[in-house]
Design a protein around this ligand. Structure first.
Ligand SMILES: [Zn+2]
Length: 220
């Protein structure tokens, strides 16, 4: 990897999270993510955006939704530059609306497959989950990387607006942070979480609510 590649691919993360990156570029980006913890961490941060966009009702796209405050301007700006270059003023909103339509279609066609089924070459390991909250439906896979373990969590039923923390437990019982996400209620979310614990040293992971309760436990 060189610095140019890193900079170029990093700018594509938003479009990638929206599932809008052409297959060739997506493959290059995934290869880069394997070796770049910084880009992986950024992707984990913006992945919940996909879930938020899924809440948009396509029937009301003539009233463009306001992006959530935590949706980085750079994602919209970059996506607009990529997709709607001739209309810079409205590009971001149009892209957001278009993405919502795409996402609504994908959700109807199978929901959780979004963003995970695109690269069969990535070895994803299914994880047995124990869920303490009956409202939560969740499934997860992990990918072992050279820099640590990546968890992809597909779920609904986490309390809307509530912040959840994910920690990976290593063999010694130490809990290492893997990131946070905001619950999306009945709307499916897909969230990538990255931890510096290597797969060989990881015994499991916990999704912990604000009160410190373990809502979901994954056995590794
Ligand atoms: Zn990078």
């Amino acid at each position: 990897m060189n610095a140019d590649e890193h900079r170029t691919l990093r700018e594509s993360l938003g479009v990638y999270a929206l599932g809008q990156l052409p297959p060739g570029e997506a493959t290059a980006l995934r290869a880069h993510l394997d070796g770049c913890a910084s880009c992986s961490a950024e992707l984990a941060e913006i992945a919940p955006v996909v879930g938020a966009l899924g809440r948009v009702d396509p029937a009301h796209l003539d009233v463009p939704p306001a992006p959530p405050a935590w949706l980085g301007d750079r994602i919209v700006a970059r996506a607009a530059a990529e997709r709607v270059p001739s209309r810079p003023g409205r590009g971001g909103r149009l892209l957001l609306a278009a993405a919502a339509v795409v996402l609504a279609g994908l959700a109807g066609a199978g929901g959780y497959a979004l963003g995970t089924g695109t690269d069969p070459a990535v070895p994803r390991e299914p994880v047995a989950l124990r869920t303490a909250d009956p409202a939560v439906e969740a499934s997860a896979t992990v990918v072992p990387h050279t820099w640590g373990v990546e968890i992809t969590l597909a779920a609904d039923g986490f309390r809307p607006g509530a912040v959840y923390r994910v920690v990976v437990i290593d063999d010694g019982g130490r809990a290492v942070g893997a990131g946070e996400f905001v619950g999306t209620g009945a709307n499916p979310m897909l969230c990538n979480l990255n931890s510096s614990v290597l797969r060989a040293d990881a015994a499991g992971f916990d999704v912990v609510d604000a009160a410190g309760r373990v809502v979901v436990h994954g056995e590794l």
